[in-house]
Design a protein. Structure first.
Lengths: 110, 229, 159
């Protein structure tokens, strides 16, 4: 039990330092999910199964999704499938026709 | 200068926390209230999972406070984000792995979530854990197929009804037995699914409320505008 | 190395997480990284509270798995931490919503740029010129002029 706790604590502290040190923001979000997952294992070592279940579901699951969604909405994390120009996910540099074009496209589909 | 001040602050914080930790006595907690609860939980509430008995029975009022905090956070986030953009169904579809996985995982996640909510008083689990898994079940399908918009009206109705059910069960306990949110309806046999009185009902209400609230919040963030139109 | 007890390891982990989270909150200048450091500090704090309820040689607080007389760990810190974890994710979701709105309004999430923009907006809304000193209040000085201050010419730039 001591060895498991030692390895997991080292992993957790390394991931916490990675949250501060990584330049890539989505990497920092993944590192915070790793911290939550490691802390959930430590809760099992401390004989708290309810808390471990909650921390695993919330910290490693939902919190990561919420933070990654926030990154996506602010445009700090773009994927290859995003269309350039008139797409609301990609911040445009003040082109007047692009925003209304996106809205027209949305209404045409709905 | 700023880094030196931050370093001193962190050293001071570590010293304060170490001073607290040295006083705690790891492994030999006094457990003044905890031992009474451990001794009396079976006769008072009749649930096998003592932590759930504390959350919904002994400290049920704190759970009501937590539900209001979650409600306030979800409502405030909805107010801050504003209206939903019209182009949300245009989002890029998830890849093959995400679409196939979402089709496969949705019924499994739903089943696991409902199991954890219903068995909260017997095994580790309860309303909050199951509610989070239910929210994830609905949200995975919304991410994979953005054209399937989440029905925000139905989600709000479910959330409101579940929260009202929690409060109504508590008021029924107030009218019937004299204390708000006291578990009613007899204890049953320890370890059976139908036991511990109204506590599984409270747990299910919390599970539905948390699940629908978080799913609605995630869908709202996902559909919000990115730049000023 | 062999004398590392479970207690020392877990306390190091919990206090280390809180301190790293607090350091990240103070040292970072990007709002999103501040939010992530707050999440790390919350995890450390919850671990510290559950550590306080541990009892050596006991079992988890669920009836029906051990002999009826075995000691169990304290269930109260676990109930409190369960609440705290769920509230933490609610607060993080609200913070993400606020960050999306800030980015929509100003186009950046860097704290230093945001301070410049916001001070400019506040000065414009109040109708006073933008002050360059971090100590002097904006606008006309309401009291009679002090001879010592009148003699020195105001210099530009931050102090």
């Amino acid at each position: 039990m001591t060895w498991i706790a030692l390895i997991v604590v080292v992993l957790v502290l390394a991931a916490a330092v990675a949250v501060l040190a990584l330049d890539n923001l989505i990497g920092a979000v993944v590192a915070s999910s790793v911290v939550s997952l490691g802390v959930s294992v430590l809760f099992v070592v401390l004989l708290a199964p309810d808390v471990a279940l909650t921390e695993a579901a919330v910290g490693a699951g939902l919190s990561g999704v919420v933070l990654a969604l926030g990154l996506r909405r602010t445009g700090l994390w773009r994927l290859e499938g995003d269309r350039g120009g008139a797409h609301p996910l990609v911040p445009t540099q003040g082109q007047i026709g692009s925003a209304s074009g996106a809205r027209q496209g949305g209404q045409a589909d709905a | 200068m700023r880094n030196l001040a931050s370093l001193l602050f962190s050293l001071g914080l570590a010293f304060l926390l170490l001073a607290i930790a040295a006083q705690l006595g790891f492994g030999h907690t006094p457990m003044v209230v905890g031992s009474r609860i451990l001794a009396d939980a079976q006769s008072d509430i009749g649930a096998a999972n003592i932590v759930t008995a504390v959350v919904f029975g002994y400290r049920g009022f704190d759970t009501l406070g937590e539900l209001s905090i979650l409600f306030a956070a979800a409502t405030a986030a909805g107010l801050v984000l504003g209206h939903r953009r019209a182009g949300a169904p245009d989002d890029p579809q998830g890849g093959l792995v995400l679409s196939a996985g979402a089709d496969l995982l949705f019924p499994l996640l739903l089943l696991v979530g409902i199991y954890i909510v219903i068995h909260g008083h017997l095994t580790p689990g309860g309303g909050f854990q199951g509610g989070v898994i239910l929210a994830a079940a609905f949200f995975v399908s919304v991410i994979a197929k953005p054209a399937l918009r989440l029905a925000h009206g139905a989600i709000s109705v479910i959330e409101g009804l579940a929260g009202a059910a929690f409060i109504l069960i508590g008021l029924w306990a107030l009218v019937g037995d004299g204390s708000f949110l006291k578990p009613l309806l007899g204890h049953g046999v320890l370890g059976q699914l139908v036991s511990a009185g109204t506590m599984p009902l409270l747990s299910s209400a919390v599970g539905l409320k948390v699940g629908s609230e978080l799913a609605g919040l995630l869908a709202h963030i996902s559909e919000s505008e990115a730049r000023e139109p | 190395m062999m004398s590392l007890s479970l207690e020392a390891i877990l306390y190091t982990g919990a206090i280390g997480l809180v301190v790293i989270g607090a350091l990240g909150l103070v040292l970072s200048h990007h709002l999103f990284r501040m939010l992530l450091s707050l999440a790390v500090a919350e995890a450390g704090g919850n671990l510290l509270v559950v550590l306080a309820g541990y009892r050596g040689g006991a079992i988890a607080p669920i009836l029906g798995y051990g002999a009826p007389g075995t000691p169990m760990v304290d269930p109260i810190p676990q109930a409190l931490v369960l609440t705290a974890i769920v509230i933490g994710v609610g607060v993080q979701a609200l913070a993400v919503a606020v960050l999306v709105r800030v980015y929509r309004a100003y186009g950046t999430l860097d704290l230093r740029d945001l301070v410049e923009h916001m001070q400019g907006d506040i000065a414009k809304a109040a109708g006073i010129p933008r002050s360059t000193s971090t100590h002097a209040p904006g606008g006309e000085r309401p009291l009679p002029p002090v001879p010592a201050l009148v003699r020195h010419q105001p210099r530009g730039g931050r102090s």
